[in-house]
Design a protein around this ligand. Structure first.
Ligand code: RB5
Length: 164
């Protein structure tokens, strides 16, 4: 088994994703990850942007190296998380996207829809996401680094820091 104990994963959900978040949190702990759970803490209705922002900030500020966000579809969470500088959130409701969003995009947040995936599918997507490395670190992966550099330049041009 890999030693994942120093790799921190931030996880969050809205009410629609709460039950699945609890299961995925257990799965991450079983895989040996250190988990930060930002909420929500019940099925009481709440707003997905609040939790997407918390996880995105944990990752962008370096408190966690990866993030996991669950809502009904996964779409709202990815839309919000991608507003935060440095976040590359991928909506993954199947394993292929989870693997390739790591290999090619170096995605640092995965989002899923609790109303779209089964529990077993979600666990499998999660495992693929957290256990796949970015291909850009390989000699034949330089094109991915070049593309991420373009992405970073776009972010520099259009993503403004706000004071206070
Ligand atoms: C909540 O009903 C639902 O809109 C939310 O979980 C999410 O799917 C939004 O993208």
């Amino acid at each position: 088994m890999n030693d994942n104990s120093r790799v921190k994963v931030a996880i969050g959900s809205d009410h629609a994703g709460f039950q699945l978040k609890q299961e995925l949190k257990r799965e991450l702990i079983e895989l040996g990850y250190d988990v930060v759970d930002v909420g929500t803490d019940s099925e009481e209705t709440c707003d997905y942007p609040d939790y997407a922002l918390k996880v995105a900030l944990c990752v962008s500020e370096g408190e966690a190296s990866r993030g996991v966000l669950i809502c009904g579809t996964g779409a709202g969470m990815s839309i919000v998380a991608n507003k935060v500088k440095g976040i590359r959130a991928a909506l993954c409701n199947e394993e292929y996207t989870a693997r390739y969003s790591r290999l090619h995009n170096d995605a640092n947040v995965v989002t899923m829809g609790s109303r779209v995936v089964s529990l077993e599918k979600a666990k499998s997507i999660l495992r693929d996401f957290v256990e796949t490395s970015f291909e850009g670190e390989r000699k034949d992966g330089l094109r991915h680094v070049r593309r991420l550099e373009k992405l970073a330049r776009i972010e520099e041009m259009y993503c403004r820091e706000v004071e206070g």
